[in-house]
Design a protein around this ligand. Structure first.
Ligand SMILES: [Fe+2]
Length: 255
């Protein structure tokens, strides 16, 4: 398995604070059958700034540690950047890091309670520049929960989206689970990832996520999502079905 969203680089954000914790995460991932992890530290949030050069240096360091400790997981560089207006320049100027540095896919995080109005234009500008934005965990955004058409419009216009395994398995609560299922059903997501931060409160559980995907939507969907993770790290075109609107707007006011 490939995990495309994970906070595993030590001391950079709210993931592991020390090397030992990062090693523990690596061992847990190895045990679960994860072979590749895209390390995606937070960037441009109120608390954390981790630009491309820092991330590349830490990825190198952690890969060396994993080799030394015989942990069979390869760390690839990535970033989880909070949306801001000048992101396209950020990519061009080398502050932002596309997933596995292929130049093709960039993670974009919205603030939890809000999707800025300029997102649509920004996403258009990204695509003109040859970069496909990937919206991380849309199921945890309250604007999108109130009005799923926001997600539909962004995906219809070329964005991709990644759901979190814990949202689909129910760890984040029943309402988020139901909404995540609807997002899958309506072809509004293309990837599942752990968004793991540690081995205790926010562990990988990626296999459980894929199992849930398979049980509920069939082995074909599980296969497509697994293949998409592979295609993403190779910078190749991912599978996507025609998105549909979620008509049932039952989540108003639940967040
Ligand atoms: Fe994250």
């Amino acid at each position: 398995m490939i995990d495309i969203h994970c906070h595993i680089l030590p001391g950079l954000d709210d993931g592991p604070q020390h090397e030992q914790e990062a090693l523990a995460m690596g061992r847990a991932a190895d045990k679960e059958g994860i072979t590749h992890i895209v390390a995606t530290p937070h960037h441009r949030t109120s608390k954390y700034d981790n630009s491309k050069d820092t991330i590349l240096a830490y990825v190198n360091l952690l890969n060396k540690l994993f080799e030394r400790e015989q942990i069979g997981v390869k760390i690839l560089p990535g970033q989880e950047t909070r949306i801001y207006g000048e992101m396209v320049e950020g990519v061009k100027q080398g502050e932002l890091l596309t997933q596995n540095q292929t130049g093709s896919y960039l993670f974009v995080e919205f603030p939890a309670g809000h999707v800025p109005r300029y997102a649509e234009q920004l996403f258009y500008d990204f695509q003109v520049a040859g970069v496909t934005p990937v919206i991380v965990h849309p199921e945890r955004n309250s604007d999108i929960a109130r009005n799923p058409d926001i997600l539909y419009n962004l995906v219809k216009n070329g964005a991709l989206a990644q759901i979190t395994a814990a949202s689909l398995t129910g760890v984040m609560g029943k309402k988020i689970k139901k909404f995540t299922q609807q997002i899958v059903e309506h072809n509004l997501t293309h990837f599942i990832a752990s968004d793991a931060h540690n081995t205790t409160t926010r562990p990988f559980k990626l296999r459980e996520g894929y199992n849930e995907l398979c049980d509920r939507f069939g082995v074909g969907v599980e296969f497509v999502f697994k293949e998409n993770a592979e295609l993403l790290i190779e910078g190749r075109m991912v599978n996507r079905d025609v998105p549909e609107r979620i008509k049932e707007k039952r989540f108003f006011g639940v967040f």
